[in-house]
Design a protein around this ligand. Sequence first.
Ligand SMILES: [Zn+2]
Ligand SMILES: [Zn+2]
Length: 178
Amino acid sequence: MSTAKGKAGQKKQGQKHKNSFAFVPNKFSPVAMKIAATPIQGVCQRCKDIIEWKQRMGKYKPLTQPKTCLSCQQKRIYCAYHVLCQPCSTEKQKCAKCHEGDIAVHMDKKKEEIVKEEQELEYKISLLNERQKRSYRRKIERGDDDGANKILGNASAEYSDDDFFDDEPENEDDDVEE
Ligand SMILES: [Zn+2]
Ligand SMILES: [Zn+2]
């Protein structure tokens, strides 16, 4: 219910929480969390060990936004520490992290599906305007996945359904709409 505010990571000076957040969709994306939670795949044994070590040591940092693929230059890497996107890595049969080693554990269908889901999500979000993105983000933060999905659906279908989007600046009084 309450959005996790304050505490860890809030000690940056000079950046108070105004309305100036950079929009980082994946940070709150349930799909991204799913990707992070699945086992390390699509990399060589050495890289797998390295990433697993990071996980064990609590140093593993999931991506907060898609990274650009070294090969195709598209922003569609969703797995932390990878430098090749899933399609490129599969095509070259090379480790997605060091892009040299042979892939030790191939990405299974399930994970591939999830990554694809995330790629589609990312694309849909890119269709939103700033206001819609804010609205989307707010819903994700509230855990209102349905509402968030509706915004995405709306963006591609009807672009200007204005009264669907709540546009007030951050009101915390959680009034339930619908
Ligand atoms: Zn690529
Ligand atoms: Zn590797």
